[in-house]
Design a protein around this ligand. Sequence first.
Ligand SMILES: [Mg+2]
Length: 195
Amino acid sequence: MKKKLMIDLDETICSPSYLEEVNKFMGTNYQYEDIETYFVEDIIPEEKREKFLDYFYQNVNVYEHAKALPDAISVIQELNEVYDIYIVSAFVDKRRIDESSIMAKYKYEWIRKNLPFIDPKKIILTGSKDLIMCDIKIDDKFGNLKGYGETKLLLDHLHNREFTREELEERGVRRVVSWLQIRDILLGGNQNDLS
Ligand SMILES: [Mg+2]
């Protein structure tokens, strides 16, 4: 039986254009290197955030121009031959619960367009990733790698650098820097090497 592999979407497979939208709204020119927090919107002054969310949910599809991370699509296609792949993504925005449904639509459309080889029944849009029982998990958010899983890979980003190697090791998580490294680990014959 193929091993089950859970892959996160945002900042793991693709980069939605949140920062571009924040820049457009604010008239700024922030670069990704400037952002150390998980939510890009944190750079918006608090008094303007409600207005931004109004603008965001009425006008913006951040997946319209979302770019796949380097080598993500081709490596996932290769992994799909060997593993039972589930694309798992959260979509509920606690600040705008009723308006969040549109994000499920945008995410689903992006996955269908860019990962057409993934069985649509294995696209899981949820707020409860920890319930997903997969053998292998790939995510850019450390908190999503808790719970079940024999191999857990954290894709390196500025926003997750605060976690030390020791903290990751304690939870059996390995930091990876690229999809080519993920390919080496999961297809290179050293699947059990978590050093
Ligand atoms: Mg993510």
